[in-house]
Design a protein. Sequence first.
Length: 183
Amino acid sequence: MDWLPLVSTFGGAAIALSGTFMLETRKQKEQRVRDHTAEKRAKYLEFIGALDALHNNLRRCTRLTGEDIDLEQATQDAVNDSKVFPARENMLVVASPEVARAAQAAFRRTRAFQQVVLRGLSIRSPEYHEAYHEYADAIWRLRVAVRVDLGNAPLKPEDVGKVSWSEREDCRVCGERSASPGE
């Protein structure tokens, strides 16, 4: 009996099967990477959206007036309504260290903004604007960190028509203060 055709057939089948197996393994790995990236993107955007919602809710609190307004309750409701805490926890589970650091900085700046609002300061006050500009800088730095983590090129302020991430240079209120005589 001639074994060569049989061995060749089994050898060819083994090579084909191993090639198919390697290809399938590679496809599965690529799919896991895509799924993980999609999950990170969703969690990152959820957290950024929650920070933005909290910021907007807090800005609304600055317009509350009257003696019967409980500013402490209003700011706490702003935090709760934004769902920032669960979004933060979900994001931290999937975040790279760089994104986690930027996210934590943005979160701290948003909470500092909350304290300014809680103090009842006017939106035209220097303290309000300092807190706002620090928040703006931190949220943009978070966006850039997320972009880089997801494999995109980082943005610079001029890429989106800004002088800086803090937006101080374009702020009418801050510009009015710096142009005031005697300051």
